[in-house]
Write a protein that binds this ligand. Structure first.
Ligand SMILES: [Zn+2]
Length: 72
C-alpha cells in the first residue's frame, strides 16, 4: 500500500518503446494512466483551452508522482 494511496487497486505496467516505465522517485513499475491538458497562456487567455494539446500522464500507484509524456 502506498504512502498517499488509500485504494487497494493497482496500476498497470507501462511500456514506452522497448522500456518498461519505472518511477523516478520510488522505482515502482505500476501506474494509473490519465490524460493531461497542456495549457498555454495564450489559448487560455482566449478561452480556447480545448485547442491545447494533451499529454499522457502516468501516475505512480505507490508515491503518486506524475510522469508526463508529450505525443510524438
Ligand atoms: Zn513512485
Amino acid at each position: 500500500m502506498g504512502l498517499l494511496s488509500k485504494k487497494p487497486k493497482r496500476g498497470e505496467i507501462v511500456t514506452l518503446g522497448e522500456h518498461d516505465l519505472a518511477c523516478v522517485i520510488c522505482k515502482n513499475d505500476r501506474f494509473f494512466k490519465r490524460e493531461g491538458q497542456l495549457n498555454t497562456a495564450g489559448l487560455t487567455f482566449l478561452d480556447l483551452d480545448w485547442a491545447n494539446a494533451s499529454a499522457l500522464c502516468c501516475v505512480c500507484d505507490v508515491c503518486g508522482y506524475v510522469h508526463w509524456f508529450m505525443p510524438i
